[in-house]
Write a protein that binds this ligand. Structure first.
Ligand SMILES: [Zn+2]
Length: 671
């Protein structure tokens, strides 16, 4: 019998035939698919014809159907519905796939043909989108080191290998430090802690075989302990252990590793012809230069620091009222901030939940997309990989647009978090393919299923990513949908969250599960107010980390990163009672891999844009302004990576984003 992962799918909308695929099909299918893809690449690389846009770039853009089918099915089920067999397959597939794709980048004959097309680009009469795909393809290979020869090529391979090893060590050291520390608590020490923290501390003690409750450095335990424990001595001890992760001396110390990583990144950037690593890294981002990143961060810094300074005074006064003299310390902040939150914004999550029914929130996310973009959603009955999955056909004016799949409930076979992925991306080359998009979440089941406010935001967030995939309207798959710069990709998702907060949307869809009544205005105001609480602190700890990350990569690599970190914090006047959200020895975003190196700023960058973009709707007359919606689709949601994001944003907004809307949204300046 033929392997169902490799044959052409004769199903509605060519959705993967999940009910006829078994776990035993994956390994042989992947083997065949990789061979098919390698043959495709070899044929392009070794062709005897003169290199052209069609026989090189379009040939690379032609999807290897077998490989795409295997990967989309496998990674969907491995993430959302795993089992021991699938976990084992994942361990087996990861290095195979890494080797497969790095062999393509290292293929000298292939690169020679790409370069030949690139060199004749002026004479080729290409469309704008074709020029962009050519530029991105060429640049991707060059950045991967494909243009290096001789010693430089050898050294690049050494650096890549060493960086991978160091990144793994950094992560493992951090885990070791987080796992080895604990603080035993007596029954007396538990006083003042809420029941859920006591329960977690007892469970942690049992797990470690201590015979008493303990505090560990797991974020879900240490953070509430610092928030709720009235014992200043214990908070100090726990806080200091938390802050020292990765810097405890001995075998698990990450400081020398961080220094070596920074040195190697600098060398890598120099080999590729860049002044420093930040210049290399930011080239592909919307921000483009370290100056642009620093400019944005400093604009946010001043407002957040002055808010944090004011908040510190309030918290200090609360502490002194408790009979403690002296300065507010970092182990005091969360405790007094929590007391203040309770006094000012006490929000009863239990009373809120019945207003946020999952099904009604799904309806709300669809209804907003109907009003904004004219999309319609009809339930679709197709076999999927788990009975909890639901599918809809998405149409506009009677025309098929996409298939949308929602897999909303938590289960042990699903990894944590929430995500959006395309099982098939939109493209028109070599033939028209409509997207199949999936949102996976981890909401608690119930009858009816009820969400927290954060859950509801997550639902809208992931649906924003889904719209970016579903409304994509480009020719080539490599630049379709969410295939955009890292500091641009969260714009559609974070922007869509704003529609959840629109009063008329809540009025219609946030109705009580039993009474059917809409959410009271007073409750809505509490929800929105609580979301901005302690933003001075949160923004300061984040921006300080982002500025240190940037300073590490913008300029010569520091031989002593800890000294450089101290210098940066001194320069910006870091408030004494707040530390970096991630200090260097445990800054995994920056040192575990290249993912967010000189890129930690990008969360804030996207938030600046989403606040500014939603303000465009408000300025134009409301959240559902038809012209703004049309511009959003035309310039941002349909364009994928076919145009530089700066141009896209400017086309939508008439100018580049400013920070005012973010500062107002975070409550850091007066409205
Ligand atoms: Zn996202």
């Amino acid at each position: 019998m033929s392997n169902p992962l490799l044959s052409r799918w004769d199903t509605p909308f060519e959705i993967a035939p999940f009910n006829s695929i078994s776990d035993d099909d994956f390994a042989p299918a992947l083997k065949q698919a990789l061979a098919a893809h390698s043959a495709q690449i070899d044929a392009i690389a070794n062709s005897s014809e003169l290199p052209t846009f069609a026989n090189v770039i379009e040939a690379l853009e032609t999807p290897c159907r077998e490989l795409e089918q295997v990967l989309c099915v496998f990674f969907t089920v491995a993430g959302a519905d795993s089992n021991p067999k699938r976990e084992e397959l994942q361990r087996e597939f990861s290095p195979k796939l890494a080797a497969h794709f790095s062999a393509i980048t290292a293929n000298k004959a292939l690169f020679a043909r790409i370069k030949a097309v690139w060199d004749q680009r002026a004479e080729l009469d290409l469309t704008d989108e074709q020029q962009r795909v050519l530029m991105l393809t060429h640049r991707g290979f060059v950045r991967g080191g494909a243009a290096l020869e001789g010693d430089a090529d050898v050294r690049m391979q050494e650096i890549k290998g060493r960086l991978a090893t160091l990144g793994t060590q950094f992560t493992q050291n951090l885990l070791a430090d987080e796992r080895s520390w604990f603080m035993e608590l007596s029954e007396e020490d538990l006083e003042g802690l809420p029941a859920f923290v006591v329960k977690a501390a007892r469970a942690a003690g049992e797990e470690q075989g201590k015979g008493c409750p303990v505090v560990t450095l797991s974020r879900s335990l240490i953070t509430p302990f610092l928030q709720f424990s009235p014992r200043r001595d214990l908070r100090k001890k726990a806080f200091n252990a938390w802050a020292a992760r990765g810097a405890n001396g001995g075998e698990t110390d990450n400081r020398a590793i961080a220094a070596e990583i920074l040195k190697l990144r600098e060398e890598r950037a120099h080999l590729l012809g860049y002044d420093n690593f930040a210049a290399y890294k930011l080239e592909t981002e919307m921000a483009k230069t370290p100056e642009a990143v620093r400019g944005l961060l400093m604009e946010v810094w001043d407002a957040s620091k002055s808010r944090a300074d004011q908040d510190a005074q309030v918290l200090t006064a609360m502490m002194q009222a408790d009979g403690i003299n002296g300065d507010l310390e970092p182990w005091d902040w969360r405790y007094y901030a929590e007391k203040r939150r309770k006094a000012e914004h006490d929000l009863d999550e239990a009373a809120l939940k019945p207003y946020l029914q999952l099904d009604r929130m799904i309806e709300a996310s669809f209804a907003c997309a109907s009003r904004l973009f004219g999309l319609e959603f009809a339930p679709l009955d197709v076999p999927l990989y788990h009975p909890d999955c639901r599918a809809w056909e998405v149409t506009r004016d009677g025309q098929h647009v996409a298939v949308f799949i929602g897999d909303y409930f938590a289960r042990s076979s699903k990894r944590s978090g929430a995500w959006c992925s395309a099982m098939r991306q939109q493209a028109k080359f070599p033939e028209v393919q409509a997207p199949v998009v999936i949102n996976v979440c981890n909401f608690a089941k119930g009858d009816p299923a009820l969400l927290s406010w954060d859950d509801a935001r997550t639902l809208f967030h992931e649906f924003g990513h889904a719209l970016h995939q579903m409304l994509s309207n480009v020719t080539y798959e490599s630049i379709s949908g969410t295939s955009v710069a890292r500091d641009f990709v969260e714009l559609p998702s974070q922007l869509y969250e704003h529609w959840l907060e629109v009063p008329e949307v809540l009025q219609e869809f946030a109705t009580h599960a039993e009474t059917g009544e809409p959410m009271p205005q007073e409750m809505l105001e509490k929800v929105l107010g609580a979301a901005n609480f302690d933003m001075g602190f949160q923004t300061v700890e984040y921006v300080a980390s982002a500025l240190v990350d940037l300073a590490f990569h913008d300029g010569p690599a520091p031989s002593n990163p800890m000294a450089r970190q101290a210098e940066v914090l001194e320069e910006i006047g870091m408030p004494r009672a707040i530390i970096m959200r991630h200090a260097t020895p445990h800054f995994a975003h920056v040192f575990s891999s290249d993912g967010y190196s000189s890129g930690y700023y990008s969360y804030m960058w996207s938030e600046v844009m989403d606040a500014d973009a939603f303000a465009a709707f408000e300025e134009a007359g409301g959240a559902f302004d038809a012209e703004r919606a049309k511009a959003l689709e035309e310039h941002i949601l349909s364009t994928g990576g076919s145009v530089d994001p700066t141009e896209l944003y400017t086309a939508f907004r008439g100018r580049l984003p400013g920070v005012e809307a973010l500062l107002k949204g975070r409550g850091l300046v007066a409205e």
